[in-house]
Ligand binder design. Structure first.
Ligand code: SF4
Length: 431
């Protein structure tokens, strides 16, 4: 889009919070990426996106162009094929996709059309969390506008290409954000994950080749096609291409969301963009990418926020939306709250997760209430092993164990004091 500069996703948002309508979007160069894409071969689009090193913004960080390249293409490929925008944003502390859905819906739609063309899909779905009622309304309006202007439907812009987009509002479960559980939900089945392989790229929705991409991921695609892979890579300060929507929640001066170069340090996001800690509160630690990531403390704040750097620092970039804990937050209570959430959101399909997560939540609750025993710490630590990667059917339980595993190490003294002093030291100090 013209004039977006270093902020391709948010550079033209309206300050009042309204959505860009189709005319405004076109004035800023909207649908230019689609016009260019239609003159390209789908394989060239896949190559450009792969070279841009656009890594999946839902948290997994897989190279998007590479993911697309696993879809069978050509005249003998199985059909129909599907593209799904995963808008089931339900990770605690994460609110980045909502901004794009509500305020730049045509960017999401243009990304979906180009992605559908790249994998030769004729039908695309926006799989939307049901609580996002404003996003649903604005996406539906924008889709109708795109049909009217000939960007969707039969014979798009006279190219012979036909693509339809439908909005599916989900019943709302955390597990629906997992791509194979999402596919089951979209088919009208119970939202439980499927075993992989086969991967959705070869056997997805109704057994047909399907790509599931995050909303932010898809929103980058029009700009990669317009500006080229090299331009896009240079927006970043690290090896991962482009910019990223980074968010901060907690007791900081300016909680919010900013589009910044991939590789911006956690310290810069926290201190410059979020304005540092609010008066009267001191920094204790943060979770860099939502509720299922490990804690980073003061000595780790200079980490570059990109997938590989955060992993090397012992955590995960996840969704890039930080949760900050200050000195007044009891880490045991915070972990209890998180684990209760994950236990409630377990789909119940596999025993370790279905039985283990409620057990973890109960133990944390007991420690928080001053009814914990010294051996509970070791029991919790053992659970982080028995619910780890490879022990459960999907990544929900291992994701729930990431903050617990790291919390047991970082806040060991807090756990011990809760047990020794039979209650929360912070609560007792406040009495
Ligand atoms: S790990 Fe949990 S959410 Fe995932 S399949 Fe097993 S029970 Fe379901």
């Amino acid at each position: 889009m013209a004039g977006v500069g270093e902020k391709p996703l948010t550079g033209r948002l309206k300050p009042g919070g309204e959505a860009l309508d189709i005319s405004e979007y076109e004035v800023y160069g909207g649908y230019k990426g689609l016009r260019k894409a239609l003159r390209m071969d789908p394989s060239e689009i896949r190559k450009e996106v792969k070279e841009a090193n656009l890594r999946g913004r839902g948290g997994a960080g897989f190279n998007t162009g590479l993911k697309w390249s696993f879809v069978p293409t050509g005249k003998d490929a199985p059909r129909p094929k599907y593209l799904i925008a995963n808008a089931d944003e339900m990770e605690p502390g994460t609110f980045k996709d909502r901004l794009l859905l509500e305020r730049n819906p045509h960017l999401v739609i243009e990304g979906m059309i180009i992605a559908s063309f790249a994998i030769e899909a004729e039908t695309a779905f926006v799989f939307l969390r049901w609580e996002y009622t404003l996003a649903a309304k604005r996406m539906r309006k924008a889709i109708a506008e795109a049909y009217e202007r000939g960007y969707l439907g039969r014979n798009i812009l006279g190219s012979g290409l036909s693509i339809d987009i439908r909005v599916h509002v989900s019943a709302g479960r955390y597990i629906c954000g997992e791509e194979t559980a999402l596919l089951n939900a979209l088919e009208g089945r119970r939202a439980i994950p499927r075993s992989k392989p086969p991967f959705p790229q070869t056997s997805g929705l109704w057994g047909r080749p399907t790509v599931v991409n995050n909303v932010e991921t898809l929103s980058n695609v029009p700009h990669i096609i317009t500006g080229g892979a090299e331009w896009y890579r240079k927006l970043s300060r690290s090896g991962d291409g482009g910019t990223k929507l980074f968010g901060v929640s907690g007791r900081v001066k300016r909680p919010g969301l900013w589009e910044l170069p991939m590789g911006t340090t956690a310290r810069e996001i926290l201190e410059e963009h979020a304005g540092g800690m609010a008066d009267g509160f001191s920094f204790r630690c943060l979770m860099p990418g939502g509720a299922s990531t490990e804690f980073i403390c003061e000595d780790g704040l200079d980490v570059k926020m990109d997938f590989d750097s955060v992993q090397k620092a012992g955590s995960r970039l996840g969704t890039g939306t930080m949760i900050v804990l200050d000195h007044t937050v009891c880490p045991v209570a915070a972990l209890h709250n998180l684990e209760r959430f994950f236990a409630e959101e377990s789909c119940g399909w596999c025993t370790p997760c279905r039985e283990g997560l409620p057990w973890v939540a109960r133990l944390l609750g007991a420690i928080e209430d001053g009814k914990g025993e010294t051996e509970d710490i070791e029991t919790l630590r053992e659970h982080t092993g028995s619910l780890w990667m490879g022990k459960t059917y999907c990544a929900l339980a291992p994701g729930a164990m990431e903050p617990l595993k790291s919390g047991l190490a970082v806040f060991r003294e807090d756990f011990e004091r809760h047990i020794r002093e039979k209650g929360c030291p912070l609560k007792m100090e406040r009495r």
